[in-house]
Design a protein around this ligand. Structure first.
Ligand code: KIV
Length: 284
C-alpha cells in the first residue's frame, strides 16, 4: 500500500492554488483501484460508465444504485487514500432532491466515498444544494452528459457555438453557487473550459476531453488501455494496450491446454509415494 496521507478536499484545493494539475481516473474494481493507488492518482471516479465498460450495456442508463455501491465498495478497498467519488446513476437524483440526498448518503455510508457526482446544469442546482446541505461534497458534470445522450443528439462536442457555450458557462456558475466544489467539463471546446476555469472562484474545474486549461484531467481507464472493445473516443489517449496483452495471453493458454504444455510440473502439487501407497490400500 502507498504511504501517502488520505487525499482530502484541502489537498485538492492546495494543488490547484499551487498550479499543480489534479489527476483523476475512472475505476470500477479492486485490483485496478490498487494499481491506481500505487500510481498516486489523486481522485478516483466510480463512474456509471461501468454499465458499458464492465457490464456490457449499450448505455449507462440501466445502471442501478446497488450496482454502483457494490463496485464503489471494491474500489475503496483497493484505494484507501484516494479521493473517491461515487457517480449518481440515472434516476437516482433526477426525480427529487429527497432522492438525491438519500442516494448520495448511501454512497457515503455504504461505500465510504468522499463525494458524489451528478450530471446536469442549472436545473440540477437545487439537487446539488440539497446534497451539500446534508454535508456531502458534490461535483457537477456539464457538456457531454452521457445520461442525456439521447437529447444531446449523440456522443459529440458540446458548446461549439457562442450561444451554447454561454449556456454551459452560466450552468457552471449556477452549480458553483449551489455549492459544487468541483465541476467536470466533458467534451467542450478548450476555450470554453478556459473561460469557466478563469471565472471559477471556489470551485475546481476538471477536464475530460476539454483541453488543458483546467485544474485537472480525467480519463476513462478502459480507454487508456484498450480495454473497451466497442470504440475508443478521440479525446482518449492510449497509454498501453493491455487488451492486446491479455488477448495474446488467453490465446496462448488456450493453445497450451489443448496441446498439453500446461500444466507443467511447477503448476501443481504431487503426493509422497508412501502416502499414495497408503491411499491405494485404503481404497482397496
Ligand atoms: O460515468 C462516468 O465514467 C462518467 C465519465 C464519463 C465522466 O461520468
Amino acid at each position: 500500500m502507498t504511504e501517502r496521507k488520505k487525499v482530502v478536499l484541502p489537498t485538492l484545493f492546495r494543488k490547484a492554488r499551487e498550479g499543480k494539475p489534479i489527476t483523476w481516473l475512472t475505476c470500477y474494481d479492486y485490483p485496478t483501484a490498487y494499481l491506481q493507488e500505487q500510481a498516486g492518482i489523486d481522485m478516483i471516479l466510480v463512474g456509471d460508465s461501468l454499465g458499458m465498460t464492465m457490464l456490457g450495456y449499450d448505455s449507462t442508463l440501466p445502471v442501478t444504485m446497488d450496482d454502483m455501491i457494490r463496485h464503489t465498495q471494491a474500489v475503496r478497498r483497493g484505494a484507501p487514500t484516494a479521493f473517491l467519488i461515487g457517480d449518481m446513476p440515472y434516476m437516482s437524483y433526477q426525480a427529487s432532491t429527497e432522492d438525491a440526498v438519500r442516494n448520495a448518503g448511501r454512497f457515503m455510508a455504504e461505500a465510504s466515498t468522499d463525494a458524489v457526482k451528478l450530471e446536469g446544469g442549472e436545473e440540477m442546482a437545487e439537487r446539488i444544494e440539497g446534497i451539500v446541505r446534508a454535508g456531502i461534497p458534490a461535483i457537477g458534470h456539464l457538456g457531454l452528459t452521457p445520461q442525456s445522450v439521447s437529447s444531446l443528439g449523440g456522443f459529440r462536442l458540446q458548446g461549439k457555438g457562442a450561444l451554447q457555450a454561454k449556456k454551459i458557462i452560466d450552468d457552471a456558475k449556477a452549480l458553483e453557487k449551489a455549492g459544487a466544489f468541483a465541476i467536470l467539463l466533458e467534451l467542450v471546446p478548450d476555450r470554453v473550459c478556459q473561460v469557466i476555469t478563469e471565472r471559477a472562484e471556489n470551485c475546481l474545474i476538471m477536464s475530460l476531453g476539454s483541453g488543458p486549461h483546467a485544474h485537472g484531467q480525467l480519463l476513462i481507464y478502459h480507454d487508456m488501455f484498450g480495454l473497451y472493445p466497442k470504440f475508443t473516443p478521440k479525446m482518449a489517449k492510449v497509454f498501453g494496450n493491455a487488451g492486446e496483452v491479455i488477448l495474446n495471453g488467453l490465446k496462448q493458454y488456450n493453445t497450451e491446454v489443448t496441446d498439453g504444455t500446461f500444466p507443467a510440473t511447477e503448476n501443481y502439487f504431487g503426493m509422497k509415494d508412501e502416502d499414495y501407497e497408503e491411499l491405494l490400500t485404503l481404497l482397496d
